[in-house]
Ligand binder design. Structure first.
Ligand code: SF4
Ligand code: SF4
Length: 356
């Protein structure tokens, strides 16, 4: 049976300080009006009162990372050959992501299928993933924009977590779910708490009871595919969109990237940066052709990818964890829940017409 410990609220910061000696510790902290995952700093503190504005994905896929550095040497005489020396820059060191929410931890498993799959393994991602321990905080309630329950998760879901923290009065019950999690619970910051296992379970059940009954967004593949050719539907859906990309940068499951070489003189580096499928330059080819030339095409791709293409490739798992960040932070209040609900309705109407 897994280890269960209790952590008093006032002992969180000392524990994170202790962890910071051996790990890079990322935790949500207030930054202006936002809550963002940053390296833990006792002076800055942590902010656990609500879902962070940015997701924890930067722990596994940083917004910008150097894949390797290079140095070129040219011979000055015929045949003027250029040789290149590559210096790999694989990430090193262990990390702890503290205070991820169940949706964030679940999202990491969506990344795993892409970057650490059976056939393709991204060495940079897998190095970070293998060395990361995820400490998840179960949510006490769903915020207004949250819909994890409609996409296969829940406010107390432990998927993808190494430790699950359940908030009780005065502190947190910490349950280890993996060997990595077990190791972290050996700290003297924790108190013994086997007797609290049931209390934590009861608390989580009470939270689950508050989740409203509402329609699921699972099994959307066919609905969306039947709308693929209906560009009018996507035009209407994307009408107000500004193509700003906030929704994809803040999404814990968006994983597209760009590769760029930065060269100065004889040396340089190859970098990988997050890409953004809502931008007008996404998939723009060198020839000038763009297979997704309009907002409608890009919106179809974003929603289609999360609710249709990804689930088709990955055992029906949706590439949306219902965190609601894209809903809360869109400057024109685009709500992906409404778009998906409209798609279900529209697809239903098409099917009815076909039967008539
Ligand atoms: S955040 Fe809103 S406006 Fe910006 S790209 Fe996404 S849907 Fe469009
Ligand atoms: S699409 Fe929106 S709700 Fe779904 S995981 Fe991304 S940010 Fe969260």
């Amino acid at each position: 049976m897994s280890t269960v410990r209790f952590l008093k609220a006032r002992d969180i910061a000392p524990w994170l300080e202790e962890l910071s000696r051996d790990f890079t510790v990322l935790a949500p902290a207030q930054h202006g009006s936002s809550i963002v995952f940053r390296e833990f700093d006792p002076a800055r503190g942590i902010e656990l009162s609500q879902l962070s504005t940015t997701p924890a994905k930067r722990a596994l896929l940083p917004p910008c990372e150097t894949l390797f550095e290079y140095e070129t040497t040219k011979t000055l005489e015929p045949p003027y050959k250029t040789s290149i020396e590559l210096k790999p820059t694989l990430p090193e060191g262990k990390s702890v992501v503290f205070g991820a929410r169940p949706c964030d931890a679940r999202a990491m498993q969506i990344f795993d299928r892409v970057y650490n799959g059976d056939q393709v393994k991204d060495p940079y991602y897998t190095a970070r993933r293998d060395n990361a321990t995820i400490v998840t905080l179960a949510c006490s309630e769903q915020e207004e924009a949250c819909f994890c329950d409609r996409v296969g998760g829940s406010p107390v879901d432990a998927t993808g977590s190494d430790i699950l923290l359940t908030p009780l009065k005065a502190g947190y019950v910490a349950e280890a779910l993996t060997p990595k999690g077990e190791k972290l619970l050996k700290s003297t910051s924790f108190m013994k708490a086997e007797g609290l296992r049931q209390e934590a379970l009861n608390s989580r059940n009470r939270i689950l009871e508050q989740v409203p009954e509402r329609s699921s967004f699972l099994d959307m593949e066919r609905n969306l595919l039947s709308l693929f050719g209906d560009l009018g539907f996507w035009d209407k859906t994307a009408e107000a969109c500004l193509s700003c990309g906030a929704c994809t940068y803040l999404c814990p499951t968006c994983y597209c990237f760009n590769i760029t070489d930065e060269t100065r003189g004889e040396s340089g580096r190859r970098i990988r940066t997050w890409d953004n499928c809502m931008s007008s330059q996404f998939t723009l080819e060198g020839s000038g052709h763009n297979p997704r030339p309009s907002k409608a095409h890009r919106m179809r791709n974003r929603i289609g990818h999360k609710f249709s293409y990804y689930p088709q490739l990955h055992d029906k798992t949706l590439a949306c964890v219902g965190c609601g960040r894209c809903v809360s932070n869109c400057p024109v209040s685009f709500d992906i829940r409404n778009a998906v609900a409209c798609a279900i309705q529209q697809a239903g109407a098409i099917q009815e017409q076909a039967h008539d």
